[in-house]
Design a protein around this ligand. Structure first.
Ligand SMILES: [Zn+2]
Length: 163
């Protein structure tokens, strides 16, 4: 990487640190020619392929914005949304692909959103999966109920007071 000040074709890394979430590395570099310092940020590229075929960089903020609408009036905080967006990004990155369909993002949102708030999950799923009748809601709710009953049969040790 060349120096942005004098365009010397080489630079030396003087410091390198990973961001808290592990998604990027910041490198402090020094130019051996003019001795000025600059910073580069390295991230694995992750692009979203939209329905139109256009691509755009993955954005946690967009995930949070999309989910925030489904969470209106629900006890979901901005921290919850940020954590959900982080989980979604981790899921997508662990798939190892540099390009992901917008549809896959919706899928990756459904799991953590269901854990967060079932009402918000149903709202989001109804838009994302294009529910067009009460039957669609009923079957989604039936799945939630069945899974909740499974969970109650084997109570989690973190919730000893339950039941
Ligand atoms: Zn330089």
């Amino acid at each position: 990487m060349h120096c942005p000040f004098c365009r010397h074709p080489d630079s030396r890394v003087v410091d390198s640190r990973t961001s808290d979430d592990g998604a990027s590395i910041r490198r402090r570099r020094q130019c051996p020619s003019c001795n000025r310092r600059f910073t580069t940020v390295e991230t694995a590229s992750l692009s979203v392929v939209k329905r139109s075929g256009a691509t755009e960089p993955f954005s946690r903020e967009k995930i949070a914005t999309g989910v925030r609408k489904a969470c209106q009036g629900r006890p979901v905080s901005e921290d919850d949304l940020a954590l959900l967006a982080q989980k979604v990004e981790e899921t997508l990155r662990s798939a190892g692909s540099a390009e992901i369909d917008a549809y896959e993002i919706g899928l990756a949102i459904l799991g953590p959103l269901r854990d967060l708030d079932e009402v918000a999950y149903l709202r989001f799923a109804s838009v994302y999966q294009a529910f067009d009748s009460l039957d669609d809601f009923e079957s989604a709710i039936a799945v939630l109920r069945a899974e909740r009953e499974d969970a109650e049969r084997t109570p989690s040790p973190e919730e000893p007071g339950r039941g």
